[in-house]
Ligand binder design. Structure first.
Ligand SMILES: [Fe+2]
Length: 339
């Protein structure tokens, strides 16, 4: 009788999976012997992934861009940002603010340093965003803008409340991953210059020659970087790096309530500092997709119900794991977002 069958199989399959991961969103140099290989990256593996992913996502962004006003499309391609003050009709915005203020439901909370992020996920069966808030998901000007920014990836929506605190890794300038990926915030309150506005290096979304050279150098040593994030594929950048890349210092995006900010978070960005305990609330959308595929699976507008059910299952699992204390730094509770 054969013994250790599954173990042998796992050992045999693991190298294949490591190679297959080249064509996925996998980004950790540390965890993958292939993605983190100094030899393969010296031969150009990381920059080859960058080039293919950016070409493919560039096509997808252009395709979905036909549904978006030309100035927004151009601003997003040039700067990596879209900023739209007075985005929602005032009555709809007022209803959404009232729903967020009254919110009582499931909240997922996670802590980074002393900063706390709370989210009421639209697709979490335990959470309860109001009807006006939920309607945003399919409100055409927003849905189309996010579809463009993400190249058609279905977005995950939440009401997000950030409580500032010391030691927040999000306050260090970084790129989320190696390919274009979209995040947006519709701010429910004013976020002034001293209240921790989002900061973004304008134009750092573009894969320039200088950026390729910089990424190439980083990729050769990335496995051994040790800031807790770069080695896992979210590269940190310093002021010296920005000079090397020919980029300006990050711009603080101070906004009035009812401003929509959409960002390609391949570009360098961070949270700015604010007094500990300062709080801000926004409707947050997030969309990330396999950048090597010509279309999202499932494409936007197709099999949405299936996707929502899959997420509900995932959020139920996440809640169980969090309640059991198996995910460090995470908590779940039922209550208000601003407790
Ligand atoms: Fe980020």
């Amino acid at each position: 009788m054969l013994s250790g069958g599954p173990g042998v199989l796992r050992r045999a399959i693991r190298p294949l999976l490591s190679v297959a991961a080249i064509f996925t969103t996998a980004k950790s140099f540390r965890r993958s012997p292939v993605l983190g290989s100094p030899l393969l990256n010296a031969c150009g593996l990381h920059v080859a992934r960058l080039i293919v992913a950016h070409l493919m996502m560039g096509l997808r962004i252009r395709l979905f861009g036909v549904m978006v006003p030309a100035p927004d499309r151009r601003a997003f391609a040039r700067t990596g940002l879209i900023i739209k003050p007075d985005f929602l009709p005032p009555e709809l915005f007022a209803r959404i603010v009232a729903e967020a203020e009254r919110y009582q439901g499931g909240v997922q909370e996670f802590q980074e340093g002393e900063a706390i992020t709370r989210r009421a996920m639209f697709d979490d069966p335990a959470s309860a965003p109001g009807p006006a808030t939920r309607s945003l998901e399919t409100w055409k000007p927003l849905a189309r803008t996010m579809a463009m920014a993400s190249g058609g990836a279905p977005a995950i929506w939440s009401i997000e409340c950030v409580v500032h605190g010391a030691g927040d890794p999000q306050a260090t300038l970084h790129s989320d991953t190696f390919h274009p990926t979209a995040k947006c915030w519709l701010y429910l309150t004013d976020v002034g210059p001293t209240e921790g506005p989002f900061m973004y290096v304008v134009g750092s979304n573009r894969l320039t020659w200088r950026r390729l050279v910089w990424e190439y150098r980083r990729s050769r040593i990335a496995r051994d970087l040790d800031d807790g994030h770069s080695e896992h594929g979210s590269l940190r950048a310093t002021s010296d790096d920005l000079i090397e890349l020919g980029l300006a210092e990050p711009r603080a995006i101070a906004v009035k309530a009812n401003t929509l900010v959409v960002a390609n978070t391949y570009g360098f960005h961070k949270r700015s500092m604010a007094p500990a305990g300062a709080m801000r609330t926004a409707i947050m959308g997030y969309a990330r997709d396999n950048p090597f595929l010509p279309v999202s699976l499932p494409p936007v507008g197709v099999a949405q119900g299936l996707l929502a059910r899959g997420r509900q299952r995932y959020f139920r699992w996440l809640r169980r794991e969090t309640e059991a204390g198996r995910i460090a730094g995470r908590r779940v509770y039922v209550g208000r977002l601003d407790r």
